[in-house]
Design a binder for this molecule. Structure first.
Ligand SMILES: Cc1cc2nc3c(=O)[nH]c(=O)nc-3n(C[C@H](O)[C@H](O)[C@H](O)COP(=O)(O)OP(=O)(O)OC[C@H]3O[C@@H](n4cnc5c(N)ncnc54)[C@H](O)[C@@H]3O)c2cc1C
Length: 312
């Protein structure tokens, strides 16, 4: 399939992009890596009349160390994050997550700003952004605003971005040396959009009881947003014994609320083959995703624990 006709404007600055988005209104769309948008346009699920190409805004392609962590420009490719020594040093969890995104050809083009703005269920960046309470910087006709990850994602393929606003930067806090971390996901096959994705961080007290733990999950919320697990607070002050983890697993299964009609893998297969195969339906069922959520979460905590202890 080919896209519906559209007009195209390549811009070289954020202000040019915002002006163009304002001028052409709701029928205009930004194109960054094009790895999600072009699929939708070729399938005519989206028919923007006007495309604003931001690939010429070179000042949005950077990874910088900040006082609290990392600032990553919206146009930074997945592959750049994957290979960055700075990311490895300051926020290695992000690097672990980005390796799971698609295949390297897609990672060569796709951008962090595009991934977050697209907000596909289960997308790796969304899960890490939510876990670490990262901040998304957006610029629009009224200037700049900083949106906490918790408020940025508002629904399936929806974000808090206002008309003519664009993402310019994402800010991640540094992970301390004492923090264990892990990123895990289940996909139908490597490079596919996750059925469930999980990120976890862990800090221990000197006696190995849990000082602080966080878990975020992708594709398990009926609201279509990356989900931060509440039940994890029951671990505080406890050792990560099998009984404690089994109790957590049950609580996570009860807590998560996957939308049976909005699984990314099922939607993806349906888009490209016109059918949802029985196997994909089983794998993407809400029950399956609940079970996977709890199993992946406990495994991620175990890996985080081993990292603290130097076992990985
Ligand atoms: C086969 C395949 C497998 C994939 N697998 C995965 C996967 O496993 N995990 C995953 O996370 N992703 C996956 N993707 C998607 C990929 O990560 C995309 O790169 C990403 O979702 C979008 O980034 P982009 O730069 O390509 O954005 P584009 O496709 O150019 O744009 C996507 C959307 O974001 C908007 N947008 C782009 N940049 C900005 C900005 N700076 N500000 C505001 N709006 C903006 C666009 O208007 C559009 O609506 C896959 C894609 C393909 C084709």
């Amino acid at each position: 399939m080919k896209p519906a006709p559209f007009e195209y404007l390549a811009v070289n600055s954020v202000s040019e992009a915002v002006t163009a988005l304002q001028r052409y209104g709701p029928n205009s769309r930004i194109i960054a890596g094009g790895q999600s948008l072009m699929q939708e346009m070729n399938l005519r699920q989206t028919r923007p009349a006007f495309l604003v190409d931001i690939n010429g805004i070179k000042e949005l392609d950077y990874i910088r160390e900040t006082a609290n962590g990392l600032a990553i420009g919206a146009l930074t490719r997945h592959r750049t994050v994957e290979r960055s020594e700075l990311v490895q040093k300051i926020c290695p969890l992000l690097q672990e997550a980005v390796k799971h995104i698609a295949h390297f050809q897609i990672r060569n083009r796709g951008t962090i700003g595009g991934s977050l703005s697209h907000n596909a269920p289960g997308a790796e960046y969304g899960v890490v952004t939510r876990l670490l309470d990262a901040e998304i910087v957006a610029v629009g006709p009224d200037g700049e605003r900083i949106i906490p990850a918790e408020k940025f994602f508002i629904g399936h393929f929806k974000t808090d971005l206002k008309p003519a606003e664009m993402v310019t930067e994402v800010r991640f806090p540094a992970l301390s040396k004492e923090t264990g971390y892990a990123f895990l996901e289940v996909t139908r096959r490597h490079g596919h959009i996750p059925i469930v994705s999980t990120a976890a961080t862990l800090r221990l007290n000197p006696d190995d009881t849990v000082k602080e733990a966080h878990i975020a999950l992708g594709n398990v919320s009926s609201k279509g947003v990356p989900y931060k697990v509440k039940a994890v607070s029951r671990l505080y002050g406890q050792k990560l014994t099998q009984d404690v983890l089994a109790d957590l697993a049950k609580a996570i299964e009860a807590e998560v609320d996957p939308d049976p009609h909005a699984d990314s893998e099922a939607v993806f297969v349906k888009q490209f083959s016109g059918i949802t195969s029985r196997r994909v339906s089983e794998l993407s069922s809400a029950t399956y995703r609940k079970q996977v959520s709890s199993a992946l979460s406990c495994r991620a905590l175990n890996i985080a624990f081993q990292r603290i202890k130097g076992g990985i």
